[in-house]
Ligand binder design. Structure first.
Ligand SMILES: [Zn+2]
Length: 176
């Protein structure tokens, strides 16, 4: 799996900043803006607020799996159910491409565009690189990142932000 594709999935998850809070998929219009900024749909694609709600559900299901990838607890069954439903809406189909499986959306429009993101996640699951997609261990942050550390032990979005905050908390608790 090219890192760029896994990064796309992380960018999608990071379309909401939980600490701001800011949500780039708040409604149909902003969903189209996000997809077109990432080269996944035209600027004039149509999306309803219901499409945006589906996109947000897909995003949070992907985030949940990234939380689990980071060794924290999460509801895997509910998350994969959401992914299955999104895959059906996108008409995601397997293509056998020189020894690798590609997941290609059959649906057009925003559902197909979301299928590209979901397909990238599915291909990463198939080739094993998915475990590198993690959400920050901080419950209030949960920022998605690709763990490229040698032993795949990275837990925080940024050591200088969440990592140090967690360290300071542990220090305070120990010395309280
Ligand atoms: Zn963080």
């Amino acid at each position: 799996m090219p890192v760029a594709d896994l990064q796309l999935v992380c960018d999608f998850v990071n379309s909401a900043d939980l600490e701001e809070p800011r949500d780039a998929l708040a409604d149909g219009r902003s969903l189209v803006r996000w997809l077109s900024a990432h080269g996944l749909s035209g600027e004039h694609a149509r999306a309803t607020d219901a499409d945006a709600a589906e996109a947000r559900a897909l995003r949070e299901a992907l985030r949940e799996l990234m939380v689990i990838n980071n060794g924290a607890r999460g509801d895997r069954a509910a998350a994969v159910e959401t992914l299955d439903a999104a895959g059906r809406r996108a008409g995601l189909a397997a293509r056998f491409d020189s020894g690798a499986i590609r997941l290609v959306p059959g649906a057009r429009g925003v559902r197909g565009a979301l299928g590209v993101v979901l397909g990238a996640a599915g291909e990463a699951m198939a080739d094993g690189s998915w475990t590198q997609a993690k959400a920050c261990r901080s419950d209030t942050c949960r920022w998605a990142f690709v763990d490229r550390s040698r032993n795949r032990s990275r837990q925080w979005c940024s050591m200088s932000v969440c990592g140090n905050r967690a360290k300071a908390r542990t220090y305070r608790e120990r010395h309280a």
